[in-house]
Design a protein around this ligand. Structure first.
Ligand code: PSV
Ligand code: MN
Length: 389
């Protein structure tokens, strides 16, 4: 038997997904940014858009910030504004990849002056967390090299470890460090944090407040991400996700768009590990860019895709699965997963929303709301936010 329906619904009601401030802003490829009407001009307008996503989905009550893109004079005021709109500020993302000084790296740069500057930025991000009440700092480094011999691979690990240590020591009791890895880009020969193993080793050395974040777009093609999820959960070292979809590299497309089956397999490991409940501590974030599609509905769609994958994962008949696994019945075991994956959970989720006083179809509700037309008319003048803004 799979879980009783009321238990599935209760679990889904408690699910939380964090949306990224930058996904509401203009973005593009390195070839072209196509600006869209109504895009936020400052962090306040990004928060307003995030609040709309939460109002319609009911499960996206937090917004990640990116510093300096979301720098404001008074972060306490920004946090209060968010609260007025029914959301709170989530993870603070550092940015040590958009400054002239970081051409050869940030915290792993050969020059101690640049390393100091980068580490100081990370420490300032912890100051921001103090003001916003955020629990997590998310660290991603573009650091690496492009050519064999360019720098000392091992020395760069030492420099990375010492910067991470300094930030770790600065964290408050309830604050955490999320260490993000990425196989390549912008560095093409070596990356200083290329994979989960490297991130895990650094986190282990640092201590319990350091946790690995899995960005689903940061792996080699064909990587079995659910294995990484299972492994890190077993070690108590999975702190967060950056969800998005990829076909080729770090495409940052809508979560669940490219490979809904992979998303289901990941969410099954989360359910299997009893790690869905917010109390477990995993921050389920999106990290996406909407370059050609309308941003707010794309974010709504991504949240719904994760919710659907989760509902399917909760439907897996774990008794049947366990028995089949025990008996070595490969086809029955696989069938137990596929039966759940092939279930249409949309009616169940529509019911759940209705029960919660939400519109059963958040995409249609957004279209009907007139919000897109309103922001397109209102947000004129000023400069639309985007990369580097
Ligand atoms: C890097 O590719 C990354 O995934 C990191 O999380 C950044 O902070 C984010 O994208 C936004 O550029
Ligand atoms: Mn990411």
């Amino acid at each position: 038997m799979s879980l009783p329906l009321d238990q599935i619904k209760e679990t889904l009601r408690a699910q939380r997904i964090e949306t990224p401030s930058w996904a509401y802003a203009n973005s593009g490829t390195r070839f072209k940014v196509f600006p869209q009407p109504g895009v936020p001009r400052d962090p306040y307008e990004k928060i307003a858009d995030a609040a709309v996503v939460h109002r319609l989905t009911g499960i996206a009550p937090t917004v990640s910030l990116h510093i300096p893109w979301d720098r404001v004079d008074d972060f306490t005021k920004l946090a209060e504004y968010a609260q007025e709109l029914g959301v709170t500020l989530g993870a603070v993302n550092s940015n040590v990849f958009q400054d002239e000084d970081y051409k050869l790296g940030s915290v792993t740069h050969p020059d101690p002056r640049v390393r100091r500057k980068a580490t100081d930025h990370l420490l300032q991000c912890v100051d921001v967390m103090d003001a916003t009440g955020s629990r997590d700092i998310k660290l991603w480094f573009s650091d690496g090299t492009n050519y064999p011999g360019q720098d000392d691979i091992r020395a760069r690990q030492d420099r990375l470890a010492s910067a991470l240590r300094e930030v770790y020591e600065r964290l408050g009791d309830d604050q955490r460090m999320l260490v993000e890895y990425k196989l390549f880009e912008p560095a093409f020969y070596t990356t200083d944090l290329p994979d989960w193993g490297t991130a895990y080793a650094h986190c282990l050395e640092l201590g319990p407040k350091a946790q690995v974040v899995i960005d689903t777009g940061h792996h080699a093609p064909g990587t079995n991400i659910e294995f990484i999820v299972a492994f890190l959960l077993r070690q108590g070292k999975l702190g967060a996700f950056d969800f998005n979809s990829r076909f080729y590299a770090d495409d940052d497309l809508m979560a669940g768009a490219a490979d809904p089956f992979q998303l289901f397999r990941i969410m099954y490991e989360i359910v299997r590990g009893d790690a869905l409940d917010p109390a477990y501590g995993i921050n389920f974030m999106l990290d996406q860019c909407h370059n050609i599609e309308a941003k707010i509905p794309a974010i709504i769609r991504s949240v719904l895709n994760i919710q659907e994958a989760t509902a399917k994962a909760l439907l897996v008949d774990r008794e049947v699965l366990a028995a089949a696994q025990q008996e070595g019945d490969v086809l029955a075991a696989n069938g137990a997963l596929m039966d759940a994956f092939n279930t249409d959970v949309r009616p169940l989720l529509a019911d759940l929303r209705t029960e919660n006083g939400l519109d059963p179809d958040p995409m249609a509700a957004y279209r009907r709301s007139g919000y897109q037309e309103r922001i397109s008319a209102d947000r004129v003048g000023g400069e639309q936010a985007g990369w580097g803004a």
